[in-house]
Design a protein around this ligand. Structure first.
Ligand code: FES
Ligand SMILES: [Fe+2]
Length: 364
């Protein structure tokens, strides 16, 4: 049995590492949970935040602990575009600067860090990272369209977000766990940019099985299955026949003790007329069934897996590409993540010698 040690856990610096947080947009809470004039406490990958919606509707995310004596600012009161600490009533504006202390004529120099936020697809997202914020996770098929969204049940999985996300390109498990017949999925990763990796199915529907013959008329060419990774913790999936595609985004963040905390966004194009809206609602219901089907099959292994890639075979190349993509992501200075210790290694399957690649894909 041949093993390519580059992919072993002990040699990975970023992938499946629960002491680092890669740069990216991470979900904080659902938009509907944050009403105008209210503040919420959110723990996001080892960092405590106070997130509030100002009177004008803007969302502000700031470090949770007051620079006076450390009270949690989410216990405070929103005043216009600012947040006032409940303890001694110091007031912080949307840039985190202290602008008022009731017992002083002039506010002292005190401030809390704030972070970029976006209200997008029904979630509040927070930018984690030193660099310029990336594009937010989207469904490429729905780009430029108004969408309706709803959510499947949020989840906590007992493994790293990279492991949860790698499932979506695990070709073997579609056959073994989800009972998708034959070889109807042939996907290969295609780098869109440093943060974005996309997989599309390229295989024509095989017509040598009854199921294949039944499904083939619904697809002009190949069965639609595409997945776009945004960083290593979020991905959008588009699946379904030509006349109706289902769209799902899996948004994960690393929680304490190495768990994944996830939101599942179900999306459909928004119709302009009332009948279309009713159809859209039914579609979102169907999308939920698709999402639950895939989620339920995977639950047992997410709760017990000790990921360690000892023996990749050819069908695992999709996963090696994803691992390589994640290893190349910049690490953020955030929560329990300290970027200076990390030197990413190049795991790209394409960069390896033929001999090594054969070895990596051999079981005997
Ligand atoms: S701890 Fe916040 S004002 Fe004193
Ligand atoms: Fe799965």
């Amino acid at each position: 049995m041949m093993i390519d040690s580059k992919y072993r856990n002990k040699n990975l610096q970023v992938f499946n590492n629960d002491t680092v947080v890669t740069e990216g947009w991470y979900w904080a809470l659902q938009s509907r949970e944050l009403k105008i004039g209210k503040a919420k406490a959110v723990r996001l990958s080892g960092k405590d935040l106070a997130i509030f919606r100002t009177e004008s509707g803007k969302v502000v995310a700031m470090d949770a602990y007051c620079p006076h004596r450390g009270a949690h600012l989410a216990g405070g009161t929103v005043e216009g575009e600012a947040l006032r600490c409940y303890y001694h009533h110091w007031k912080f504006n949307e840039d985190g600067k202290c602008v008022d202390v009731p017992c002083l004529k002039k506010a002292p120099k005190a401030e809390v860090s704030t972070y970029p936020t976006e209200d997008h697809y029904g979630l509040i997202w927070v930018w984690v990272g030193q660099g310029q914020p990336h594009e937010l996770p989207i469904v490429p098929d729905l780009e430029g369209h108004d969408v309706d969204v709803t959510f499947a049940k949020p989840y906590v999985k007992n493994c790293h977000p990279n492991i949860v996300m790698s499932d979506a390109i695990d070709v073997q498990h579609f056959r073994s766990v989800h009972r998708i017949p034959g070889n109807i999925l042939h996907i290969e990763g295609r780098k869109i940019n440093d943060n974005t990796l996309r997989y599309d199915n390229v295989a024509a529907m095989p017509t040598d099985t009854v199921i294949g013959r039944l499904l083939a008329p619904f697809y002009k060419k190949q069965l639609t299955y595409s997945l776009c990774y945004w960083g290593g913790c979020a991905g959008s999936v588009t699946v379904g026949p030509d006349f109706q595609r289902y769209h799902i985004i899996y948004a994960n963040r690393l929680g304490d003790n190495g768990v994944s905390e996830g939101q599942v966004i179900l999306l459909t194009k928004r119709s302009k007329n009332a009948l279309g809206r009713i159809y859209g609602k039914a579609l979102l219901g169907a999308t939920r069934i698709v999402s639950d089907y895939f989620a339920n099959g995977d639950t047992p292994q997410f709760d017990s897996i000790k990921f360690d890639f000892k023996t990749p075979i050819k069908d695992d190349k999709t996963i090696l590409t994803f691992m390589s993509h994640v290893e190349g992501l910049p690490v953020a200075d955030w929560g329990f993540s300290k970027p200076n210790k990390i030197n990413s290694v190049d795991l790209s399957p394409a960069s390896k010698s033929k001999e090594t690649e054969d070895e990596a894909c051999t079981i005997s």
